[in-house]
Design a protein around this ligand. Sequence first.
Ligand code: NAP
Length: 280
Amino acid sequence: MTAVAVVGLGAMGSRIARRLLDAGNDVVVWNRDPSKAHELVSAGAVAATSPADAARRADAVITMVSNPEALDAVVGGPEGIAAGADTGTTVIQMSTVGSEATAKLASALPEGTGLLDAPVLGSLSEVESATLTVFLGGPDELVRAWEPLLATLGTVLHVGGVGAGSAAKLVANATLVGTITLLGESIALADRLGLSRDVAFDVLAATPLAAQAERRRPAIESDDFPRRFALSLARKDADLIRTAAPDLRVVEAAREWFLQAEQAGGGDDDYSAVLKEILN
Ligand SMILES: NC(=O)c1ccc[n+]([C@@H]2O[C@H](COP(=O)([O-])OP(=O)(O)OC[C@H]3O[C@@H](n4cnc5c(N)ncnc54)[C@H](OP(=O)(O)O)[C@@H]3O)[C@@H](O)[C@H]2O)c1
């Protein structure tokens, strides 16, 4: 049986580990806060004592942590993944960290270690229903070897070499942060022009934002934005897009809304709560 380690058991990593366990894999887990491993260990996973230990125990090591700094923290140092990986290991990097951090990861791993770049589109319910989209970057041979495992999480799109997965994910998230802030501004405009919210939603239903407006309407009307994807992580993604393409203006305007909402104390809210900031 294939042994897969999952390093980073936050909202996404814990569910990915659970899904891989349910699919019959041997699963090794590690998290900075070890209490997040308990439920998975009860379900049959093995707790590693460090990211290096996780790498030694597994054929593939999935990383699913917050940001580039967190990835550095689990890869480097005497207890990091690089210290435990060898030519028999494939690291499957699934966090959203951008292309620079992916290149840095590639250079931090020992010679001959396999590396796949595999960030995902979709959130908590999409992991649970195995309907994520996995943007996979890497050499054909490794893609062939690990695509079946990743296919247990959803649809795998092989988008190019290592780094292309991270690039694809930033493209996808440019649409995410841009769309939700444009929705907020469109409703704000309707408010300023004196249209009722019902009329505003009728108008939006006839526009390219129809699906997004329908999806967000209950949260806007109840002022309840259940957390799936932290607002601080969406701001981090907008930062990564800015680093990759500083001249883009719409995403930069969206980034400013997220930053403002975060500075107002909303970093731990769901990213869609940026609508509250725009509409207040
Ligand atoms: N949530 C979503 O809908 C979604 C969807 C697609 C992609 N993503 C991306 O997936 C990644 C994870 O997101 P998430 O929602 O699972 O985030 P999360 O719930 O906040 O989990 C973050 C994980 O990173 C770990 N971490 C943070 N800083 C660390 C450090 N310095 N050293 C070691 N571990 C560290 C945390 O460990 P502790 O538990 O010890 O804090 C936790 O395991 C992010 O890159 C995010 O952008 C998220």
